[in-house]
Design a protein around this ligand. Sequence first.
Ligand code: ARG
Length: 461
Amino acid sequence: TEGALWGARFAGGPSPELARLSKSTHFDWQLAEYDIAGSKAHAQALAAAGYLDDAELAGMHAALDELLAKVQGGQFLPTESDEDVHGALERGLIEIAGSELGGKLRAGRSRNDQIATFIRMLLRDHSVTISRQLIDLIDALAAQAAAHPAAIMPGRTHLQHAQPVLLSHHLLAHCWPLVRDLDRLADWNRRADFSPYGSGALAGNTLGLDAGLVASVLGFGGVVENSIDGTASRDLVAEFSYVLAQVGIDLSRLSEEIILWNTREFDFVTLDDAYSTGSSIMPQKKNPDIAELARGKSGRLIGNHTGLLATLKGLPLAYNRDLQEDKEPVFDSLQNLEVLLPAFTGMVATMRFHTERMAELAPQGFSLATDVAEWLVKQHVPFRDAHEITGAMVKFCEDRGLELHEIDDASLAAIDARLTPEVRSVLSIEGSVNSRDGLGGTAPVRVAEQLAALTARVREF
Ligand code: ARG
């Protein structure tokens, strides 16, 4: 094990099978730049504690900068014999700085505190990317809402016509969970703001290294309070992967609606050609593949999250090699979501709504029945009776194939004397929507306020 990070107490090198199993460079190479940043900070702490003189520190930093440039330029790569990113980079440092100087850097640190630090750094950087992408999607949904201030659609519960709502109200309903996802990422960042570097293998280090210095050089607000927790916990990775899964679920619910809206039966939207796909056999087809991939990938994100939770579940303190399994699932979720979100946003931004079709369907299915019942309440009919009377109207219509507004005056009176012709004043979808003007309601005035509130909220991120 020439050049490896361990080996002196072993009779020989690892078996080829173990070496293959143990290798993680194919995924932890993503952490190389964080590893080098950590090494530079660690060198400063070593110098501050008197283990490197000024010239050695300068030499170490110069060598690490050169290594970083080689990593970025692709001239330095892990080889077959490198176990992980940390070992590969120490090899690279020694190739540049020599083993006299390069061999001093590993003092007082462990791959355990290194990896725990770098995964936080990587996730914090990606939280910025994901947040930006989420804001773009929220903006696209909000722009569609703003472009259709008066359009009315059938609101549904149980997928059945329930009450008419503004299309903009419905679109904004998809924005708020995404705003909460932004909030979750911001909140997660507060908890992730503590550096484990200095925790060593589990118990800290004996060299008097200034962990606060390392933390601040690496951009953390503080240092973890407990070195065992610092090296052994991965709840922050799990929490991050939950947020990614939740974003996936939020996209998936909207996707399901877009897929339905895009059917001939609904005919509520047309997707832009640039954001739709064709069929290799059916020349007429135009498919909502982005929405379907979002729905499908949400399953994958949930799997990544639950897999990680299962990995963590039975682990005793402190570090166990099982923890290496935290990275691939969360990297996979990030990679998929960061490709998905821009495509999804493009689909939403270019989607054309068939507002006439939606408005035509909105009053169907007796969706104004609640309005009738509440009109009766305004005439001081007890709601129990109002519900009964309106139910009788619905039954009357169903038996005759009519809509509520088509019942003539005589039939209204026959159903119940309190059903005067004035009831027709609430049998319009505009009247229905306008009258739901309580806070959070679908009335145009409230939705305009909601859009302004959303825009202000998103600007906070
Ligand atoms: N590659 C490991 C991880 O991803 C870190 C190395 C710790 N290895 C060890 N034998 N303690 O968690």
